[in-house]
Design a protein around this ligand. Structure first.
Ligand code: LFR
Length: 490
């Protein structure tokens, strides 16, 4: 049959969800079935507090969500899993060796030097094409005291897939974020493996989105009250989000805006030039062998950590009201660099923003409304600067910007992005990651006439299903910011 239902498990840094996708020739209908919180768990370790992921709790939530999904729709034909990138669990004799480390844990910085001693930054980039982030998996490996005990490393979606099916694999889009994958051959790179000090056999066989991982284990099928194969999707959440950009023309840039903002374009081949490396642009692997040429700009993390700080010990804030007050700010607000590493760790965000301003000769925002405005102005400015850089490096003539993910609902952020880039912004869908996950499964299962469809055809399906909100640059908009605004040249 041409219509059917698949289940998408989509795990973000602050929450996870199980969403059903009902697919037929008319398009996709999403039905959320479960949503649960996720976040760092702080555990004391000798002389410091270490940040971990509670993956066992995530497994419990995922199986619970799948149980609800099968109860409502026993006919589910496939399950797909995506999550944030880079983080992993180590296994010995098939058993988890400890809770995975959170990418915001500062221990990873210790691994950077160790890897760089063996391969310098230029050589690393020539092979992996990956932007330098202190938490790239190779640096985490090099700082991981359990590594020598391990026989296997599985990235988070692969780890959950293993618990569901008993099959070990490394899905390629997420593998591309480790720093051990060669950007050109798209295979594990022996020199990169050696630089990270990886024991032989630690990294499993690479597999591609659309491949079948395996069937649910009998015990898991019992637990969830149904069964279906697990299909590999773009298991890096950003790879799935990029699949679901509702682009109808080739000249688009995307901003996948959630905890992070991933700002970039899609290419057919990696760009490994000095200019790309100097700008710290990344060549991550996309679905169907495409390249996600992008930069990690921080994202709504700056806002959510600020809100968390303000709510500490007090009443919960009304986010809508806060955003409305930010939109009404007319005083100049400082524009800071959202990618500054001082903002990476959890903690008092307004104090760190104020400190950045002080260190750069700017006056700090004077109220909560001004802080929020400053965050959004800084993000929009960083988006525009990044697109200018990427346009120059790739010679791609970008004519429209798609914002997908949570940030697409933030009207002020979308409008400011249109203003700063001078380009039309098309906002939505919010659940792009889950949609991309669903579509790749639907294609593999041949649902909705999508069997064998190109990425462009999948995007056309999204465009038929969701109508993005359009934001037009305001030509006369004088921005209330204290550094010069820049425009993107097209
Ligand atoms: C977004 C994301 C980014 C990755 C960061 C850390 O959710 O996956 O693409 O750089 O999280 O894993």
């Amino acid at each position: 049959t041409n219509s059917g239902t698949v289940a998408a498990v989509d795990l973000g840094a602050t929450s996870g969800r199980v969403i059903l996708g009902h697919v037929d020739t008319a398009g996709v209908r999403m039905e959320p079935v479960a949503r649960f919180p996720n976040g760092p768990v702080t555990l004391h370790e000798h002389d410091r507090e270490a940040l971990h992921w509670d993956v066992v709790e995530l497994y419990r939530q995922v199986t619970d969500g799948l149980r609800q999904a099968f109860a409502a729709h026993p006919e589910i034909v496939s399950i797909g899993i995506d999550s944030w990138a880079v983080d992993y669990g180590l296994l010995r004799d098939g058993r988890l060796l400890g809770l995975p480390s959170h990418y915001r844990d500062e221990r990873h910085e210790g691994g950077v030097e160790a890897v760089h001693e063996r391969l310098d930054a230029a050589e690393l980039y020539a092979r992996s094409g990956l932007q330098h982030l202190p938490f790239n998996t190779v640096f985490q490996f090099a700082a991981d005291p359990s590594l020598q005990l391990a026989q296997r490393a599985l990235l988070i979606p692969d780890l959950l897939g293993y618990w569901l099916t008993g099959v070990e694999a490394a899905e390629r889009t997420n593998a591309s974020t480790t720093g051990a994958l060669n950007a050109t051959t798209r295979g594990w790179d022996p020199a990169l493996r050696a630089a990270a000090g990886l024991p032989a056999g630690l990294l499993p066989t690479l597999r591609d989105p659309g491949d079948r991982l395996g069937h649910l284990l009998p015990a898991v099928a019992d637990l969830v009250g149904g069964t279906a194969p697990v299909t590999l999707v773009g298991s890096h959440d950003t790879a799935s989000a990029v699949v679901a950009v509702p682009a109808t023309e080739p000249d688009f840039a995307y901003i996948s805006s959630g905890t992070w903002s991933l700002v970039g374009v899609e290419l057919d081949a990696p760009v490994l030039s000095d200019a790309a490396r100097d700008a710290n642009c990344t060549n991550e692997g996309g679905v169907d062998g495409r390249v996600r040429f992008l930069k990690n700009v921080s994202g709504l993390w700056l806002l959510s950590e600020s809100v968390r700080t303000w709510e500490r010990g007090g009443a919960s804030l009304d986010l809508e009201a806060l955003l409305a007050s930010a939109a009404a700010v007319t005083a100049p607000v400082p524009v800071f660099d959202p990618a500054d590493e001082s903002f990476t760790a959890p903690g008092d965000m307004p104090a760190r923003i104020a400190a950045w301003c002080g260190a750069h000769g700017l006056s700090a925002p004077a109220s909560r409304a001004e802080f929020v405005r400053s965050i959004l102005e800084s993000l929009a400015t960083a988006y525009a600067d990044t697109l200018t850089t990427i346009g120059a490096i790739t010679s791609k003539d970008v004519r429209q910007v798609h914002i997908v993910g949570g940030g697409s609902q933030n009207r002020l952020l979308c409008q400011l992005t249109a203003d700063r880039t001078g380009l039309p912004v098309l906002a939505g869908p919010v659940e792009a990651t889950a949609l991309g996950n669903i579509l790749v499964q639907a294609r593999a299962a041949g649902l909705g006439g999508l069997g064998g469809a190109s990425l462009e055809a999948l995007r056309a399906t999204i465009a038929r299903t969701v109508e993005p909100v359009r934001y037009t640059p305001r030509a006369d908009h004088t921005s209330p910011q204290s550094t010069p605004r820049r425009r993107m040249s097209v």
